[in-house]
Design a protein around this ligand. Structure first.
Ligand code: ACM
Length: 458
């Protein structure tokens, strides 16, 4: 920002123009005591500029209604800004633990406040199927709920005995997509195949491997070895499911999963490749996790590189677009400190500072962005999602938006003094910088260390 003297009252009329010579999603704000001129490259640039004005007006601008205790003002100056990456994503896993429609809409507001522009909605997994597909009613009758869940992470037989479930109707999802689009966010749906599919197999056992009697929606966390049977009938089922998905989600990119497939055969790989090719015939590009690179004959895809840097390089070399989703930095279900009070401390230790200090080592035009992951085995409430996501997602958002040089010692006081008050005003139950509130701890759910820097993850 180039500061000028004076302030402008907020809210105020904003004189808005489009200038397509600005970089995509970019904007220029000229703020004077007399008013504000907003010039945006496109609709997204306009959205981001409005968020910037909210940031400048102070925390109360983030409340749901004006509370009238003081007038809000914005400092005068000129700001020109645009994002570093065109894919600035966050995955929300609504399959393991369902999030209500209202919670998803609120989450979209939080993404927008951070200028993130992709909500990757992980809609299906072993533990639940969350999208209504009219041609296959049992996906909602049977696959959308389970009889109980593992508490924390353990390998014993105990379950909580509490049914868990939920699904979105077609119209719910259309509403989510429209709400996101109004905020310049693309919802990328994911139907995970051929692994992570036990919930679907529970409803339609003919899709699965040899009969397990009876199949049920999985009540365990972890990686299941039960994969979809790679047959023409399964491909036909998937085509019908994706045909429905395409009527809901206008996203140019559609997720097909492909991750964690122990025992997969070349035929399983071909199933994913055939599905990706089918999506290409429908004018869409498939998003797959980096395991899919083991399969030949893939059409151009977007690869979520999660396991290591080598996977990202391999994907880029093969000509795919790449979204960097490194497990060792951007899996926000992983523990945020080594403190004994850290709730359900699974996975790698990844502090706010670790996340902020992440540097993509692959400098290649195929790298279109970065994405945080909120896998939800251990998020049994939206309060737990808030705690895991924030403030680390603020760090991811800044890496995704701003130029590559970042200074944590500059970020930290800015976050503490300016941004956390905004999250307070938004009602986000983030992790305080010095550790959890007592009510955020989970002494009832201990974790067991397997390796020094890694605890088991779901
Ligand atoms: C993944 O973590 N299985 C993508």
């Amino acid at each position: 920002m180039t500061p000028r003297s004076g302030v402008c009252a907020w809210p105020t009329e904003v004189d808005t123009h489009i200038d397509s010579d600005l970089p995509p999603e970019g904007y220029r704000l000229e703020i004077t005591p007399a008013g504000i001129t907003l010039t945006a490259a496109d609709q997204a640039g306009r959205t981001h500029a409005q968020q910037t004005l909210r940031q400048l007006a102070g925390p109360d601008a983030f409340r749901a209604a004006a509370i009238g205790t003081r007038e809000l003002t914005i400092p005068c100056g000129v700001i020109e800004d645009h994002p570093r990456f065109r894919w600035r994503g966050c995955l929300l896993d609504v399959a393991r633990n369902f999030r209500t429609k209202a919670e998803v809409l609120r989450f979209i507001d939080l993404l927008s406040a951070h200028k993130l522009n992709v909500l990757h909605l992980h809609l299906t997994d072993d533990q639940g199927w969350r999208i209504e597909v009219p041609a296959f009613p049992k996906l909602t009758e049977i696959s959308s709920w389970r009889t109980g869940s593992m508490v924390g992470r353990h390998d014993g037989p105990e379950r909580d005995g509490r049914p868990h479930g939920g699904f979105y109707t077609t119209d719910d999802l259309r509403e989510i997509v429209a709400y996101a689009a109004e905020r310049s966010i693309t919802v990328v749906p994911e139907i995970d195949v051929p692994g992570h599919a036990r919930a679907a197999i529970a409803a339609y056992p003919e899709l699965g491997p040899e009969p397990e009697s009876p199949w049920e929606v999985w009540t365990s966390w972890g990686v299941s070895t039960s994969l979809l049977k790679p047959t023409p009938d399964t491909l036909d089922f998937l085509r019908q499911v994706f045909d429905h998905v395409l009527t809901i989600f206008p996203s140019p990119v559609i997720g097909v999963g492909g991750d964690e497939v122990p025992g997969a055969t070349p035929a399983h790989g071909r199933l994913v490749a055939d599905l990706a090719t089918y999506l290409a015939t429908q004018g869409r590009r498939a998003f797959g996790w980096d395991e899919v690179l083991d399969t030949d004959a893939l059409p151009p895809m977007v690869i979520g590189a999660w396991r290591d840097q080598a996977a990202a390089t391999r994907a880029a070399t093969a000509g795919h677009d790449v979204v960097l989703c490194p497990e060792d930095h951007f899996y926000l279900d992983h523990r945020q400190s080594d403190h004994p009070d850290e709730p359900i401390p699974v996975g790698y230790l990844r502090t706010l500072e670790d996340v902020y200090r992440y540097q993509p080592t692959l400098d290649d035009p195929h790298v279109i962005g970065i994405q945080a992951q909120l896998w939800s085995e251990h998020f049994d409430s939206v309060r737990r999602v808030d705690y895991a996501a924030f403030p680390r997602l603020c760090a991811v958002a800044e890496l995704a938006w701003s130029p590559p040089t970042h200074d944590y010692t500059e970020f930290l006081p800015r976050l503490r003094d300016h941004h956390l008050p905004r999250l307070d005003a938004l009602g986000v139950e983030y992790r305080p910088l010095d550790g959890p509130h007592p009510w955020q701890t989970r002494p009832d759910v201990p974790a067991t260390a397997h390796r020094p820097n890694q605890l088991p993850v779901g």
